[in-house]
Design a protein around this ligand. Structure first.
Ligand code: PHE
Length: 361
């Protein structure tokens, strides 16, 4: 029979009473609180809303309360917590609008600016820019061509014999082989753009063509499998070897200093005839002889020559009407001379200690 008497364990009943008292008290405290600045607001948060605060402590007590009461007390505690939170939010908003001492203040424009570190252009970019600038003053425009190229544009049209050793695997990265002039490869020089230009444009053509080139070489301080060149091409009526010499002389003076002289040494390229290597007086030792110029007083900067009639013919240009000169120079080489850089690998290592030295250059 149900006697109507429920027997609770005494300690749990006591806990329930404590809980009723605790909730009531906190409710009153929270209602009575007033907050007038950020510090007081933070104190309120710590006292009531933080993990170690009073509301959390009551939640902690919940497990000691008798089972039947837990749900009801849980709901009471949630109300308490919501009240504390909404009061907190109200005050926080009011203080934010007022702009209390540590509220989000207007920026202080009188404060000193922290030092700002600008990035710097890569030495190869700087060198390319300088080269472009000098040639554009002489009326050269800038042209671009593909890095992935066919055998015809990289070799064939440039008058390379079919069995020319430069095609061999040790020099050229082939992508597709066995298709003759349609073999696909990574261009080994920027001279491919000469052909692309002459195919698409009637002379006069006066362009420089900076770009990346690829050769199957072991990486060392003096060689890399990826490097940069600037090609130059001028085709028109009556372009002479003297024009080539004058152009490169002007370039050397602008690039390396007014006292610079150039020297032309006979050379051979399949696509130029006659051909010449261009040396410039060593601007480090001014021709006296140093490590950079290997004590010769001269450093080599470019290959050049008069465009071979066969190249013009391959592009549908009549060599009896038009002549031209071409040159190609290594950007790394010029940058190394310009900035006294001794190891080619520095250009691709991206070491900020190296790169930072060129800010403002
Ligand atoms: N393409 C040649 C090289 O890579 C350079 C060159 C360009 C020579 C144009 C003559 C004329 O070495």
């Amino acid at each position: 029979m149900n006697s109507g008497i429920i027997i609770f364990p005494v300690n749990q009943v006591i806990e329930s009473f404590k809980m009723i008292g605790g909730v009531k008290e906190l409710l009153q405290q929270i209602k009575d609180k007033a907050v007038s600045n950020r510090e007081e607001l933070e104190a309120f948060r710590l006292e009531y809303l933080s993990k170690k605060g009073k509301v959390a402590a009551l939640f902690e007590e919940l497990k000691n309360v008798q089972k039947e009461d837990r749900r009801a007390f849980g709901a009471e505690l949630n109300n308490l917590k919501n009240l504390a939170q909404s009061r907190f939010d109200e005050w926080a908003e009011a203080l934010g609008k007022q702009g209390g001492p540590s509220a989000k203040a207007e920026p202080d424009f009188t404060l000193p600016v922290p030092p700002f570190s600008y990035g710097s252009l890569h030495p190869l970019t700087l060198t390319k820019k300088r080269i472009t600038e000098i040639f554009s003053r002489m009326g050269f425009d800038v042209a671009d061509g593909p890095e992935v190229e066919t055998d015809w544009f990289n070799f064939g049209a440039l008058n390379f014999a079919d069995n020319h050793p430069a095609r061999e695997m040790q020099d050229t990265f082939f992508i597709e082989k066995g298709k003759g002039r349609d073999d696909v490869l990574l261009r080994t020089h920027t001279s491919n753009v000469q052909i692309r230009l002459l195919n698409n444009k009637k002379p006069p053509v006066r362009s420089i063509m900076p770009g990346r080139v690829f050769r199957n070489e072991a990486i060392s301080a003096r060689a890399h499998c990826i490097f940069h060149q600037v090609e130059g091409l001028y085709v028109d009526r009556n372009v002479s070897f003297k024009d080539l010499k004058d152009t490169l002389y002007y370039f050397a003076k602008e690039m390396f200093g007014k006292e610079s002289k150039i020297r032309l040494r006979p050379s051979f390229f399949p696509f130029t005839e006659p051909s010449a290597e261009i040396d410039v007086t060593c601007f480090i030792c001014k021709g006296k002889g140093c490590n950079i110029c290997k004590h010769s007083g001269w450093v080599e900067i470019a290959g050049s020559g008069m465009v071979d009639p066969n190249v013009l013919r391959n592009c549908g240009i009549d060599p009896d009407v038009f002549t031209g000169f071409a040159f190609g120079m290594g950007i790394e080489r010029i940058a190394m001379l310009r900035y006294d850089i001794k190891d080619l690998r520095l250009f691709t290592e991206n070491d900020v200690r190296f790169l930072r030295q060129f800010s403002g250059a």
